[in-house]
Design a protein around this ligand. Structure first.
Ligand SMILES: [Ca+2]
Length: 110
């Protein structure tokens, strides 16, 4: 028979697994609907989205966690603009405070 402590342990592990944050960022509005564009799915902090994707993103889906998106590089609250996004689908970043084609860095919040 597992003890209560064992059950608690399993719950903690399961909670940890589901806490991994995930986001998908899209080049175009409405998740690239109807047009070719890149998409970037990640669990990681990106201090710079890269030369090939900088200042291009237009929509995103937050699968899990809360993500902070920045218009400048370095995930730096003292530069440019940033906004927090919880789980959900955002068809236009500009409707939520991140101007179109401005995203440069992002990170999951703890
Ligand atoms: Ca930018």
């Amino acid at each position: 028979m597992p003890s209560n402590n064992d059950k608690l342990g399993a719950t903690e592990i399961s909670r940890g697994a589901t806490a991994l944050s995930e986001i998908v960022i899209y080049q175009h509005t409405r998740w690239n609907e109807g047009q070719y564009g890149w998409e970037l799915r990640t669990n990681l902090t990106w201090f710079y989205i890269g030369d090939d994707k900088n200042d291009q993103a237009s929509s995103c889906v937050v699968v899990s966690g809360t993500w902070r998106l920045y218009t400048e590089t370095g995930c730096d609250e003292n530069q440019g603009t940033y906004k927090d996004f919880g789980p959900g689908s955002y068809e236009r970043l500009e409707d939520y405070g991140i101007p179109n084609d401005s995203l440069s860095s992002f990170k999951p919040l703890p």
